[in-house]
Design a protein around this ligand. Structure first.
Ligand SMILES: [Zn+2]
Length: 132
C-alpha cells in the first residue's frame, strides 16, 4: 500500500534540457517542435526561432504549413537555451510581469531553485501552469 501511495503522490515533471533539437517532442503537444506553430510552442522555443534562427512568426508558420521547417532549422541540429537559463537569476529578486504566472513569468519554464522538483538545483522544468 505504501508504494502505491507514493506513486499517487508523485508529480509528473518534464525537465527542459539546456539544448534541444527541433525533432524533439514538444511537451505541450507531444509532436516534434518542428511541426508546431507559434502558440503551440513553448515561448522559450519561439524565442529561439525569432532570435537565433532569425525567422518571423509568419515565416515560421509558412514553413510549418509547407512541411519545410527542417530545411531551415535541421531536425538534428542542437539549439541552446542558455538565454532562458540565464534569465532565471533575474527572477530571484524581482516579481514577474503583472498577470503572468509567478513561477515561470509566462515562459512556461520554471526553475528548480532548490532541486526539490527535478533532483537538480538550477534545472528547468515545464511549469504547472502549462497544464501538461
Ligand atoms: Zn507558469
Amino acid at each position: 500500500m505504501g508504494a502505491l501511495a507514493l506513486l499517487d503522490d508523485e508529480r509528473y515533471v518534464t525537465v527542459i534540457p539546456e539544448r534541444f533539437r527541433f525533432s524533439d517532442e514538444n511537451p505541450l503537444t507531444l509532436e516534434p517542435f518542428g511541426r508546431n506553430k507559434f502558440g503551440d510552442l513553448p515561448p522559450y522555443v519561439e524565442d529561439v526561432i525569432t532570435d537565433v534562427v532569425g525567422l518571423t512568426e509568419a515565416k515560421w508558420e509558412a514553413l510549418v504549413d509547407a512541411g519545410e521547417t527542417y530545411s531551415v532549422v535541421g531536425p538534428f541540429r542542437y539549439y541552446s537555451l542558455a538565454p532562458l537559463f540565464q534569465s532565471f537569476a533575474a527572477r530571484k529578486h524581482r516579481p514577474g510581469p503583472t498577470g503572468m504566472c509567478p513561477d515561470c513569468w509566462g515562459t512556461l519554464a520554471a526553475c528548480d531553485t532548490d532541486g526539490s522538483v527535478t533532483g537538480t538545483v538550477g534545472a528547468a522544468f515545464v511549469c504547472d501552469c502549462a497544464g501538461v
